[in-house]
Design a protein around this ligand. Structure first.
Ligand code: GTP
Ligand code: SPV
Ligand code: MN
Length: 598
C-alpha cells in the first residue's frame, strides 16, 4: 500500500517486537471493513444490533476494569521531567521504552496486527496531520473508521514523508496493573497497552489530537484545545462561531448540538455543529483565529442523552454507530439511564450480568458512549470540512461548579481571559477513573491532555494572543451551567436554554450591550439575558424566574477569596520562572478587587 520507508521500517520493527500471526493493512474499503465487522461479530467482540431499528449499528462491552481514561497511568515522556511539568506523570524515555518493550514483546502472538493509516483533519488539506496506528483490536479499527478519515488515501497523501505520528496499541491481557498510555512528544510516538477503552486506545483522539498536537502546536505556532466548536446563525443568516472548553463529561457535545428554545427557533435562529471535543486553532490570513475540528465522528457520553436534552446527538446515533457499555435490549436496541423513564426488564446490564432496574443499580456505565459519524448529525455545519476552519468570535471556558462560579462572566482582555482559563475548576466525572464529584483545577479543561509543561502552555496562550490584533481577538468568557440550590437541584435549565447566554456573548462581541464591571470581570445585567419562554421547574413548587437568574449572577466574595487561596496553591506547583507574569498579575488583581469589594 505504500513505499514509504519510514513507515515500512517502523511497522517491521513493531511487528518483530509484538509478533502477531498476521499483519493486515487497512485500506479503508467498505469490503474490508465489512469483513472485519463480520469477523468481530463471529468472535463476540461486537454484537450486531437490530438492523431495522439501528442499521449498521453494533454493540460492544469492555472489560469491567476498563471503562474510562486512566490519568494515573498516562505519561508524557520528554527527555527531562521539567518539560512534562508538574501536572503530568513523567518517566525517563529510555526507562519507559525498556519497560514497554518487556510488555509488548510477543504480546500479539496468535493475533492479527492491523496497520491503520488515519488523518486528523480533511485528507490533503494543509492543516491535516497523519498518523498510523498499529492495533490488535478490530473494535479499535471500526471506531477509528468513524472518528477519523482512514485508509489508502492517507498513505497517498503522506507519500514518502516521515512526518507522521506513530501509534502502537496492544490489548495484551487488559491488565490494569500494566496498563500504560504513553507519549513521547519528541519522537512523535504514542504507546498504549492493556486497555481496550476509547480515549486510551483511539490514539487519534486525546493522545494525538491533544497531547502530541499541543506539543507540536507550541513549536509551530498553533493551538490544540479540548473544545467544541459551534456556529450560531441569526435570523439574517449571519453565522458567528464560538469554541468552548469544558472538562470531560461537562457538556461539550450537548452545547455543540443545541437546539434553540422555541422562542428563538421561531425567530429564525439556528445552531451548527463544527466539532464536539477537539479544536485545532490557527491564525488565518486575515489575522483572526480559525478553528478546525480534526475529528470525523463523535465519541459521546450516552447517559443523559435523550429526545429532549440532545435530539441531534440521538439522531446521529440511529445508523452506523457503535455503542459501548450501554444496555442492549431484548429486541436488539439500546438503552441507558436518562434515555427515557422505561428501563428494559429482563435484560443484562453493561457488564453482561442479569439486571433488575428496580434494585436501583445502573444498567449502563456512567461513561458508556456512542461512536457516531459526524455526518449523521442533522445540524452538522456546512463548514465541517472546510480545511481553513471557522473564524472565532468568542472562546468560552466552563466547568461543573455547585457554587462560586456565576452563570457567565467576561474577561476584561485576552490575558485576563487566559487567567480565567488557567483557574478553571470542575467537579470530576466518570470520564476518567477515580473519585467523582471532587473539585479540581482543570486549566482550559486540558489538565489530562496537555503534552508539555502547563506553565509553558499558559505562556503559549499569552503569546498567541499577542499575534492577533486586539480588535480581532476572540472575547473570552466563563460559564457554569451546573450551579445548585441547597438541595442539589440545578438552578439553570441548561441545554437548549444555554443559547440565551451565548447570545449575550455575541452581543458583547458586537458591542451591543453593556455589562457590569465586578471584581472577577464583566457580568451581564440580568435584564440583558433574555429569559422569555423559559419553563423550568427547579423543584416542586419552585419555577425558574428572574430572581433565580439574579442569584445565578451573584458573586459571593468570601467563597471567591477562598478560591483565591486554592488558586495560589495550584499556581505554587509551577516553577515561578515559568509561570507567565501576566497570570500572577491577574491573580493579584483578583485578590485586590475582591478585598476592595468586601
Ligand atoms: P466528553 O465527551 O467526556 O468530553 O464530554 P462532554 O463535555 O462532551 O459532555 P456531554 O455533552 O456529553 O455531557 C455530559 C453530561 O452532562 C451529560 O449527562 C449531559 O446530560 C450533562 N449536561 C450537558 N449539558 C448540560 C447542561 O447544560 N445542564 C446540565 N444540568 N447538564 C448538562
Ligand atoms: C473525554 O474523556 O474527554 C472524552 C472521552 O472525550 S475519551 O475519548 O475517552 O477521552
Ligand atoms: Mn472530551
Amino acid at each position: 500500500m505504500t513505499n514509504n520507508k519510514a513507515v515500512l521500517d517502523w511497522v517491521q520493527e513493531m511487528v518483530a517486537m509484538t509478533q502477531p500471526d498476521q499483519v493486515v493493512w487497512i485500506d479503508g474499503s467498505e469490503e474490508q471493513l465489512d469483513a472485519l465487522r463480520r469477523e468481530a461479530v463471529s468472535t463476540g467482540e461486537i454484537e450486531l444490533l437490530n438492523q431495522d431499528l439501528l442499521p449498521g449499528c453494533y454493540y460492544h462491552r469492555t472489560a469491567v476494569n476498563d471503562v474510562a481514561r486512566v490519568e494515573d497511568r498516562t505519561f508524557i515522556c520528554t527527555p527531562t521531567k521539567e518539560e512534562a511539568g508538574p501536572t503530568n506523570n513523567w518517566m525517563d524515555p529510555a526507562e519507559m521504552y525498556a519497560k514497554l518493550k518487556g510488555l509488548y514483546t510477543g504480546c500479539m502472538k496468535g493475533r492479527t496486527c492491523y496497520v491503520l493509516p488515519y488523518s486528523m483533519g480533511p485528507v490533503g488539506s494543509p492543516f491535516a496531520k497523519y498518523g498510523i496506528e498499529l492495533t490488535d483490536s478490530i473494535y479499535v479499527v471500526l471506531n477509528m473508521n468513524i472518528m477519523t478519515r482512514i485508509g489508502q488515501k492517507v498513505l497517498d497523501a503522506l507519500g514518502d514523508s516521515p512526518d507522521y505520528i506513530k501509534g502502537l496499541h496492544a490489548k495484551a491481557n487488559i491488565d490494569p496493573e500494566n496498563r500504560y498510555i504513553v507519549h513521547f512528544p519528541q519522537d512523535n510516538t504514542i504507546c498504549s497497552i492493556n486497555s481496550g477503552y476509547g480515549g486510551n486506545v483511539l490514539l487519534g483522539k486525546k493522545c494525538f489530537a491533544l497531547r502530541i498536537a499541543s506539543y507540536l502546536g507550541r513549536d509551530e505556532g498553533w493551538m490544540a484545545e479540548h473544545m467544541l466548536i459551534l456556529g450560531i446563525e441569526n435570523p439574517k443568516g449571519e453565522v458567528k462561531y464560538i469554541a468552548a472548553a469544558f472538562p470531560s463529561a461537562c457538556g461539550k457535545t450537548n452545547l455543540a448540538m443545541l437546539i434553540p428554545p422555541e422562542y428563538y427557533r421561531k425567530k429564525g435562529y439556528k445552531v451548527w455543529t463544527v466539532g464536539d471535543d477537539i479544536a485545532w486553532i490557527r491564525i488565518g490570513e486575515d489575522g483572526r483565529m480559525y478553528a478546525v475540528n480534526p475529528e470525523y465522528g463523535f465519541f459521546g457520553v450516552a447517559p443523559g442523552t435523550n429526545e429532549k436534552s440532545n435530539p441531534n446527538a440521538l439522531a446521529s446515533t440511529r445508523k452506523n454507530t457503535i455503542f459501548t457499555n450501554v444496555v442492549k435490549t431484548a429486541d436488539g436496541g439500546v438503552w441507558w439511564e436518562g434515555l427515557d423513564k422505561n428501563p428494559p426488564k429482563g435484560v443484562n446490564n453493561w457488564k453482561g450480568e442479569p439486571w433488575d432496574p428496580s434494585d436501583g443499580s445502573k444498567g449502563a456505565h456512567p461513561n458508556s458512549r456512542f461512536t457516531a459519524p459526524a455526518k449523521n448529525c442533522p445540524c452538522i455545519s456546512p463548514e465541517f470540512e472546510n480545511p481553513k476552519g471557522v473564524p472565532l468570535s468568542a472562546i468560552v471556558f466552563g466547568g461543573r461548579r455547585a457554587k462560586t462560579a456565576p452563570l457567565v462572566y467576561e474577561a476584561r482582555d485576552w490575558n485576563h481571559g487566559v487567567f480565567i482559563g488557567s483557574i478553571l475548576a470542575s467537579e470530576t466525572t466518570a470520564a476518567a477513573t477515580g473519585a467523582v464529584g471532587v473539585v479540581r483545577r482543570d486549566p482550559m479543561s486540558m489538565l489530562p491532555f496537555c503534552g508539555y509543561n502547563m506553565a509553558d502552555y499558559f505562556q503559549h496562550w499569552i503569546d498567541m494572543g499577542k499575534k492577533v490584533a486586539k480588535d480581532k481577538q476572540p472575547k473570552i468568557f466563563n460559564v457554569n451551567w451546573f450551579r445548585l440550590d441547597d438541595e442539589g437541584n440545578f438552578l439553570w435549565p441548561g441545554f437548549g436554554d444555554n443559547l440565551r447566554v451565548l447570545l449575550w456573548m455575541l452581543d458583547r462581541c458586537e458591542g451591543k450591550v453593556d455589562a457590569v464591571e465586578t471584581a472577577i470581570g464583566y457580568l451581564p445585567k440580568p435584564e440583558d439575558i433574555n429569559i422569555e419562554g423559559i419553563d423550568y421547574k427547579i423543584k416542586d413548587g419552585k419555577m425558574f424566574d428572574e430572581s433565580v437568574l439574579k442569584e445565578l449572577l451573584s458573586i459571593d466574595t468570601q467563597s471567591w477569596l477562598d478560591d483565591v487561596e486554592n488558586i495560589k496553591e495550584f499556581y505554587a506547583k509551577f516553577d515561578p520562572a515559568r509561570l507567565p507574569k501576566e497570570l500572577k498579575e491577574n491573580l493579584a488583581k483578583l485578590e485586590q478587587n475582591l478585598k476592595a469589594s468586601k
